[in-house]
Design a protein around this ligand. Structure first.
Ligand SMILES: [Fe+2]
Length: 282
Protein backbone atom coordinates (compact mmCIF):
# COMPACT_ATOMS: atom_id res chain seq x y z
CA UNK A 1 0.00 0.00 0.00
CA UNK A 2 1.17 3.53 -0.78
CA UNK A 3 2.38 5.90 1.89
CA UNK A 4 0.17 8.38 3.72
CA UNK A 5 0.30 11.75 1.96
CA UNK A 6 -1.25 15.00 3.22
CA UNK A 7 -0.89 17.88 0.75
CA UNK A 8 -2.62 21.27 0.47
CA UNK A 9 -5.51 21.04 -2.01
CA UNK A 10 -4.35 24.13 -3.85
CA UNK A 11 -2.01 27.06 -3.66
CA UNK A 12 -4.77 28.91 -1.76
CA UNK A 13 -4.06 26.65 1.22
CA UNK A 14 -7.75 25.87 1.77
CA UNK A 15 -7.95 22.27 2.94
CA UNK A 16 -5.75 19.25 2.30
CA UNK A 17 -5.91 16.11 0.17
CA UNK A 18 -5.20 12.89 2.06
CA UNK A 19 -4.21 9.77 0.12
CA UNK A 20 -2.40 6.49 0.73
CA UNK A 21 -4.60 5.59 3.66
CA UNK A 22 -7.51 3.29 4.54
CA UNK A 23 -9.79 5.00 7.06
CA UNK A 24 -11.15 1.64 8.26
CA UNK A 25 -7.83 0.38 9.56
CA UNK A 26 -5.93 3.46 10.74
CA UNK A 27 -2.69 2.94 12.54
CA UNK A 28 -2.11 5.11 15.56
CA UNK A 29 0.51 7.33 13.89
CA UNK A 30 -1.75 7.77 10.85
CA UNK A 31 -4.63 8.86 13.09
CA UNK A 32 -2.35 11.35 14.88
CA UNK A 33 -1.28 12.78 11.50
CA UNK A 34 -4.92 13.13 10.42
CA UNK A 35 -5.93 14.86 13.65
CA UNK A 36 -3.02 17.27 13.35
CA UNK A 37 -3.91 18.02 9.72
CA UNK A 38 -7.57 18.54 10.70
CA UNK A 39 -6.49 21.34 13.05
CA UNK A 40 -4.00 22.76 10.57
CA UNK A 41 -6.24 22.80 7.47
CA UNK A 42 -9.85 22.60 8.78
CA UNK A 43 -10.87 20.52 5.74
CA UNK A 44 -9.59 17.08 4.71
CA UNK A 45 -10.52 15.33 1.46
CA UNK A 46 -10.15 11.52 1.31
CA UNK A 47 -10.84 10.30 -2.23
CA UNK A 48 -12.12 6.80 -2.97
CA UNK A 49 -12.75 5.52 0.57
CA UNK A 50 -16.17 3.85 -0.07
CA UNK A 51 -16.89 3.46 3.66
CA UNK A 52 -19.93 1.60 4.99
CA UNK A 53 -22.29 3.63 7.19
CA UNK A 54 -20.86 1.93 10.30
CA UNK A 55 -17.27 2.69 9.30
CA UNK A 56 -18.12 6.32 8.53
CA UNK A 57 -19.78 6.60 11.96
CA UNK A 58 -16.74 5.01 13.60
CA UNK A 59 -14.39 7.44 11.82
CA UNK A 60 -16.57 10.34 13.01
CA UNK A 61 -16.48 9.05 16.60
CA UNK A 62 -12.69 9.36 16.60
CA UNK A 63 -13.28 13.14 16.61
CA UNK A 64 -15.91 13.09 19.35
CA UNK A 65 -19.47 12.14 20.25
CA UNK A 66 -21.94 12.20 17.40
CA UNK A 67 -24.64 14.85 17.45
CA UNK A 68 -27.03 13.24 15.05
CA UNK A 69 -28.09 9.60 14.97
CA UNK A 70 -31.26 9.00 12.95
CA UNK A 71 -33.07 5.66 13.28
CA UNK A 72 -29.88 4.09 14.59
CA UNK A 73 -27.76 5.39 11.67
CA UNK A 74 -24.64 7.41 12.37
CA UNK A 75 -24.26 8.14 8.63
CA UNK A 76 -27.51 9.95 7.86
CA UNK A 77 -28.68 10.15 4.24
CA UNK A 78 -28.89 13.64 2.77
CA UNK A 79 -30.90 12.70 -0.26
CA UNK A 80 -33.55 13.93 -2.66
CA UNK A 81 -34.67 10.32 -3.20
CA UNK A 82 -37.56 8.68 -1.33
CA UNK A 83 -37.48 5.08 -0.07
CA UNK A 84 -39.44 4.13 -3.21
CA UNK A 85 -36.70 5.59 -5.40
CA UNK A 86 -38.65 8.64 -6.55
CA UNK A 87 -37.08 12.08 -6.53
CA UNK A 88 -38.84 14.60 -4.28
CA UNK A 89 -39.89 18.01 -5.61
CA UNK A 90 -38.63 21.37 -4.46
CA UNK A 91 -41.51 21.94 -2.03
CA UNK A 92 -40.71 18.81 -0.05
CA UNK A 93 -39.58 19.88 3.46
CA UNK A 94 -36.32 17.90 3.15
CA UNK A 95 -35.55 19.38 -0.26
CA UNK A 96 -36.24 22.84 1.15
CA UNK A 97 -33.48 22.43 3.72
CA UNK A 98 -31.10 20.96 1.10
CA UNK A 99 -31.80 23.94 -1.17
CA UNK A 100 -31.43 26.36 1.73
CA UNK A 101 -27.99 24.86 2.35
CA UNK A 102 -26.87 26.30 -0.98
CA UNK A 103 -26.33 29.37 1.22
CA UNK A 104 -23.08 29.61 3.22
CA UNK A 105 -23.45 28.16 6.70
CA UNK A 106 -21.85 26.23 9.51
CA UNK A 107 -23.68 23.12 10.75
CA UNK A 108 -25.90 23.36 13.82
CA UNK A 109 -25.05 26.97 14.67
CA UNK A 110 -28.83 27.26 15.27
CA UNK A 111 -28.75 24.46 17.87
CA UNK A 112 -28.05 25.10 21.59
CA UNK A 113 -24.62 23.48 21.03
CA UNK A 114 -23.12 24.04 17.59
CA UNK A 115 -21.32 21.22 15.77
CA UNK A 116 -17.60 20.50 16.05
CA UNK A 117 -17.16 18.80 12.70
CA UNK A 118 -19.04 17.17 9.84
CA UNK A 119 -18.29 14.19 7.63
CA UNK A 120 -19.85 13.89 4.19
CA UNK A 121 -19.51 11.08 1.64
CA UNK A 122 -20.85 10.65 -1.88
CA UNK A 123 -23.06 7.68 -2.86
CA UNK A 124 -25.22 8.71 -5.84
CA UNK A 125 -24.38 11.78 -7.91
CA UNK A 126 -26.14 13.83 -10.58
CA UNK A 127 -24.52 14.02 -14.03
CA UNK A 128 -23.16 17.48 -13.29
CA UNK A 129 -23.12 20.08 -10.50
CA UNK A 130 -23.91 19.15 -6.91
CA UNK A 131 -20.46 19.94 -5.55
CA UNK A 132 -19.73 21.28 -2.08
CA UNK A 133 -17.72 24.42 -1.40
CA UNK A 134 -15.87 25.56 1.72
CA UNK A 135 -14.56 28.94 2.83
CA UNK A 136 -11.89 29.46 5.48
CA UNK A 137 -13.13 31.90 8.13
CA UNK A 138 -9.78 31.96 9.96
CA UNK A 139 -8.13 33.34 6.82
CA UNK A 140 -11.09 35.68 6.35
CA UNK A 141 -10.74 37.11 9.85
CA UNK A 142 -7.02 37.68 9.35
CA UNK A 143 -7.70 39.47 6.06
CA UNK A 144 -10.48 41.78 7.30
CA UNK A 145 -10.06 45.38 6.13
CA UNK A 146 -8.57 47.92 8.54
CA UNK A 147 -10.85 48.64 11.50
CA UNK A 148 -13.36 45.89 10.87
CA UNK A 149 -11.79 43.47 13.38
CA UNK A 150 -12.28 46.15 16.07
CA UNK A 151 -15.82 46.96 14.88
CA UNK A 152 -16.98 43.38 15.33
CA UNK A 153 -14.89 42.24 18.27
CA UNK A 154 -17.68 42.60 20.85
CA UNK A 155 -20.62 41.83 18.55
CA UNK A 156 -22.74 38.69 18.51
CA UNK A 157 -25.62 37.40 16.40
CA UNK A 158 -28.54 35.06 16.91
CA UNK A 159 -28.52 31.89 14.80
CA UNK A 160 -31.75 30.36 13.60
CA UNK A 161 -32.75 27.91 10.86
CA UNK A 162 -36.25 29.34 10.82
CA UNK A 163 -34.77 32.76 10.02
CA UNK A 164 -32.39 31.50 7.32
CA UNK A 165 -34.98 29.32 5.59
CA UNK A 166 -37.49 32.17 5.51
CA UNK A 167 -34.88 34.54 4.09
CA UNK A 168 -34.02 31.97 1.40
CA UNK A 169 -37.73 31.79 0.46
CA UNK A 170 -38.13 28.20 1.70
CA UNK A 171 -41.67 28.38 3.08
CA UNK A 172 -42.34 24.64 3.47
CA UNK A 173 -39.40 23.92 5.77
CA UNK A 174 -39.45 21.77 8.88
CA UNK A 175 -37.22 19.18 10.53
CA UNK A 176 -34.04 19.04 12.60
CA UNK A 177 -33.42 22.31 14.43
CA UNK A 178 -36.25 24.19 12.75
CA UNK A 179 -38.27 24.75 15.89
CA UNK A 180 -35.55 25.67 18.40
CA UNK A 181 -37.45 27.98 20.74
CA UNK A 182 -34.62 30.22 21.88
CA UNK A 183 -32.14 30.83 19.06
CA UNK A 184 -28.59 30.89 20.50
CA UNK A 185 -26.58 34.10 20.55
CA UNK A 186 -22.99 33.60 19.33
CA UNK A 187 -20.02 35.97 19.03
CA UNK A 188 -19.09 37.01 15.47
CA UNK A 189 -15.52 36.03 16.28
CA UNK A 190 -14.94 32.48 17.48
CA UNK A 191 -11.68 31.48 19.13
CA UNK A 192 -10.87 27.91 18.19
CA UNK A 193 -10.84 25.71 21.30
CA UNK A 194 -7.73 23.79 20.14
CA UNK A 195 -5.63 26.24 18.11
CA UNK A 196 -6.79 29.39 19.93
CA UNK A 197 -6.97 31.20 16.57
CA UNK A 198 -9.85 33.59 15.84
CA UNK A 199 -12.26 33.00 12.96
CA UNK A 200 -15.38 34.74 11.72
CA UNK A 201 -18.43 32.85 12.88
CA UNK A 202 -21.18 33.95 10.53
CA UNK A 203 -23.27 32.41 7.71
CA UNK A 204 -26.89 32.31 6.68
CA UNK A 205 -28.32 31.43 10.10
CA UNK A 206 -26.78 34.56 11.73
CA UNK A 207 -29.04 37.56 12.23
CA UNK A 208 -30.24 40.19 14.69
CA UNK A 209 -27.00 41.59 16.17
CA UNK A 210 -28.04 43.05 19.55
CA UNK A 211 -27.52 46.83 19.64
CA UNK A 212 -28.00 47.29 15.88
CA UNK A 213 -31.15 48.01 13.89
CA UNK A 214 -32.28 45.00 11.85
CA UNK A 215 -31.32 46.58 8.53
CA UNK A 216 -27.93 47.63 9.89
CA UNK A 217 -27.30 44.15 11.29
CA UNK A 218 -28.28 42.47 8.02
CA UNK A 219 -26.07 44.84 6.01
CA UNK A 220 -23.05 44.19 8.25
CA UNK A 221 -23.51 40.40 8.18
CA UNK A 222 -24.00 40.42 4.39
CA UNK A 223 -20.88 42.54 3.97
CA UNK A 224 -18.81 40.24 6.17
CA UNK A 225 -20.09 37.13 4.38
CA UNK A 226 -19.40 38.45 0.92
CA UNK A 227 -15.88 39.56 1.91
CA UNK A 228 -15.15 36.32 3.77
CA UNK A 229 -16.28 33.98 0.99
CA UNK A 230 -14.25 35.53 -1.79
CA UNK A 231 -12.69 32.97 -4.17
CA UNK A 232 -9.15 33.08 -2.76
CA UNK A 233 -10.45 31.60 0.52
CA UNK A 234 -12.73 28.98 -1.07
CA UNK A 235 -12.38 25.45 -2.36
CA UNK A 236 -15.06 23.55 -4.29
CA UNK A 237 -14.99 19.75 -4.34
CA UNK A 238 -16.41 17.96 -7.39
CA UNK A 239 -17.50 14.66 -5.90
CA UNK A 240 -16.77 11.14 -7.09
CA UNK A 241 -18.71 8.24 -5.56
CA UNK A 242 -16.71 6.94 -2.58
CA UNK A 243 -15.10 10.27 -1.62
CA UNK A 244 -15.27 11.24 2.04
CA UNK A 245 -14.62 14.71 3.47
CA UNK A 246 -14.40 16.01 7.02
CA UNK A 247 -14.36 19.66 8.01
CA UNK A 248 -14.14 21.76 11.15
CA UNK A 249 -17.40 23.67 11.67
CA UNK A 250 -15.69 25.94 14.19
CA UNK A 251 -13.59 27.41 11.40
CA UNK A 252 -15.04 26.70 7.94
CA UNK A 253 -18.25 27.77 6.23
CA UNK A 254 -19.65 25.53 3.52
CA UNK A 255 -22.45 25.43 0.99
CA UNK A 256 -24.03 22.95 -1.41
CA UNK A 257 -23.73 23.80 -5.10
CA UNK A 258 -26.73 23.63 -7.43
CA UNK A 259 -27.63 20.69 -9.69
CA UNK A 260 -30.65 19.42 -11.58
CA UNK A 261 -32.88 18.25 -8.71
CA UNK A 262 -34.75 15.92 -11.06
CA UNK A 263 -31.63 13.76 -10.80
CA UNK A 264 -30.86 11.75 -7.66
CA UNK A 265 -28.11 12.88 -5.30
CA UNK A 266 -27.43 10.78 -2.21
CA UNK A 267 -24.82 11.85 0.33
CA UNK A 268 -24.23 10.45 3.83
CA UNK A 269 -23.65 12.83 6.67
CA UNK A 270 -22.14 12.32 10.13
CA UNK A 271 -22.24 15.28 12.51
CA UNK A 272 -19.84 15.47 15.45
CA UNK A 273 -21.09 17.31 18.51
CA UNK A 274 -19.45 20.47 19.78
CA UNK A 275 -18.12 20.76 23.30
CA UNK A 276 -20.66 22.20 25.73
CA UNK A 277 -17.89 24.43 27.19
CA UNK A 278 -16.94 26.03 23.87
CA UNK A 279 -19.87 25.54 21.46
CA UNK A 280 -22.77 26.71 23.66
CA UNK A 281 -24.40 30.08 23.04
CA UNK A 282 -23.60 33.13 25.19
FE1 LIG B 1 -24.26 21.83 6.04
Amino acid sequence: MSQLSIEPLSAKNVGALVTGIDLVSLKNDEWQAILEAFHEYGLLVFPGQHLSDEDQGAFGRRFGELEMIVEGHSAVPLSNKTKDGDVVDKDDPIMQVLLGNEGWHTDSSYMPISAKASVLSAHVLPASGGGTEWADMRAAYEALPEGLQETIQDLAAFHSLKYSQARAGMTQSKGYGYDVEEPPLRPLVKFHPVTGKPALYIGRHAHGIPGLENAESEALLDRLLSFACSPERCHEHHWQVGDLIIWDNRRMLHRARPYDIQQARVMKHTRIAGDVRTESGM
